[in-house]
Design a protein around this ligand. Sequence first.
Ligand code: RB5
Length: 146
Amino acid sequence: MRIAIGSDHGGINHKAYIKEYLTENGFEVKDFGTDTPESVDYPDIAKTVSLAVRDEDFDCGILICGTGIGMSIAANKVRGIRAAHVTDTYSAKMAKQHNDAQIICLGERITGPDLALEIVKAYLGQTHLGGRHSRRVEKIMEIESL
Ligand code: RB5
């Protein structure tokens, strides 16, 4: 499984922690930065990771900023991307099962590191359920053409 990961300066600690876990557990992870506390603009990272998930051979993406909000707003502007801002494990599961989100967004200033890791595990363990959920996802994607 190939995972694209990125954060702004507000998410570098979670990114390092999550990346270490994923790498140690056999996931292939590509890190799109940032790697220092120097301030960067989260839309730049969200755009790069979202385009990679959409156009390259990644199974999913993880974006982290201070709250997770900016990353999710920006990622959802990329045509074809469904990014879910998640702060609990149930929502992380539903993001895949119901919404077929290709990206989850976390907030380092909101969610502690252990819970963030549980959220990632919860999300990665799921598959999209299809059926009526596919119809709804298709309707979401139709909104992009408005
Ligand atoms: C950066 O200070 C902060 O605005 C960013 O990490 C994120 O929380 C935005 O939504």
